[in-house]
Design a protein around this ligand. Structure first.
Ligand code: GDP
Length: 369
């Protein structure tokens, strides 16, 4: 029998099948490693060579272990979320793991929000959503890692709440955590060369540590892949389409009841009942929107998804989850939020429905604009 091969960096059992799981090593690398006598898994390899942390699946035991470990430390937890995909960026059960540690909630990517949006309303909404999930952040802050916006405030807030303790940065993939960390590293002067990667005893997960002045550290943890993120169902190219790169230009549609809007092939909005009204769509400027009749919408989707209605692409549509419908009775100005895609503001009373790929949420909130 052959011996189980383990990564010499983290001790994970080496495997070549599942990219996002612990111990993954490409086959070609494995062969070379065997010749030289030691194999690093891809995550450790990258960590050693590029200071890059690789993401792990949320269900991964090691990740839960890491969260547990954070709960046992006396530390400040900075939870980075994507304001465009709040529900897709919440870490389920985080509140159970953090113990008594304070959590600072950071909503990233504010640069894509239209100027008309009231930031305080957004912060208030984030707070309510967090409370809903059992998380009680000590503070909420909005940042743009990309535009270097509010990062000074973030550092000040970290200093205020960490009270001489370590700081753990946690978040699901794609919220901009790496970008944010890189900016912080650059801001905290010339400590660039000082970043150390180190292993913590009792866990197989490596983390990046940025030393702080008082001997404590800011610790970056692996991003968690969240199954309910729209991003999870799309390839890199499509991600570029749905993730707004620039400030969103809201698009206004005058709709009669009985009309439907498709957001690419990713989501659908039906105006079922009410007076003719205007509906404002806040999604990436690159995402194509199609208007059609509600009665024909099912057939239209079937015939055109992967082509006229993209993303998903033709070769992805087979594996793309079916759209699931959520119905809402609207009483006041409301946002219908499609997790990870954006939202549609409904002004007047009526009945509407929102559809999203199975597993992705459609929720309502008081209109932000
Ligand atoms: P991570 O997986 O959380 O580490 O996320 P990354 O830092 O790799 O960022 C994911 C994607 O979001 C990349 O395409 C980034 O360019 C983009 N991104 C990160 N921060 C921001 C931001 O503040 N604004 C915008 N518009 N995009 C961002």
């Amino acid at each position: 029998m052959t011996e189980t091969l383990r990564c010499v960096g983290c001790g994970a059992v080496i495997q070549t099948e599942e990219k996002n799981k612990m111990g993954y090593t490409p086959k070609s690398v494995l062969e070379k490693g065997l010749e030289s006598g030691g194999v690093y898994c891809q995550r450790c390899f990258r960590l050693r060579h590029y200071n890059e942390i690789q993401d792990v699946s949320l269900t991964d035991d090691d990740f839960l272990q890491l969260l547990n470990e954070i709960g046992q430390k006396d530390a400040l937890i900075v939870n980075v979320v994507d304001i465009f995909d709040f529900n897709g960026s919440i870490i389920p059960g985080l509140h159970r793991f953090v113990g008594d540690n304070p959590v600072l909630l950071v909503g990233n990517k504010i640069d894509v929000l239209p100027k008309s949006l009231k930031k305080n309303k957004l912060k208030q909404w984030m707070k309510e959503q967090a409370h809903d999930k059992g998380l009680r952040p000590v503070d909420v802050l909005l940042t743009s890692a990309k535009k270097n916006d509010a990062l000074d405030s973030l550092l000040e807030m970290i200093e205020k709440y960490r009270k001489g303790r370590d700081v753990y940065i946690v978040g699901v993939t794609n919220v901009g955590k790496s970008t944010l960390i890189n900016q912080i590293v650059q801001k905290t002067a010339d400590i660039k060369g000082l970043i150390t990667t180190s292993k913590f005893p009792g866990t197989t997960l490596d983390k990046i540590e940025i030393p702080l002045e008082d001997g404590h550290s800011l610790i970056d943890t692996p991003g968690i892949i969240h199954q309910h993120q729209m991003a999870h169902y799309l390839g890199d190219k499509d991600l570029k389409i749905i993730a707004p790169q620039k400030e969103i230009k809201p698009k206004v549609y005058q709709l009669n009841p009985g009309q439907t809007l498709f957001l690419g092939g990713l989501a659908r909005f039906d105006f079922i009942q009410g007076e003719k009204s205007s509906f404002t769509v806040f999604v990436s400027n690159d995402l194509m929107i199609h208007r059609t009749k509600l009665e024909k919408a099912d057939t239209f989707y079937k015939n055109h998804v992967g082509e006229l209605l993209q993303p998903p692409r033709a070769d992805e549509k087979e594996h793309f989850p079916e759209l699931v419908r959520f119905e809402f009775s609207i009483k006041e100005k409301t946002d219908i939020v499609f997790a990870g895609l954006g939202w549609i503001t409904v002004k007047d009373t009526g009945i509407v429905s929102g559809w999203a790929p199975k597993g992705v949420d459609v929720i309502t909130r008081q209109a932000l604009v």
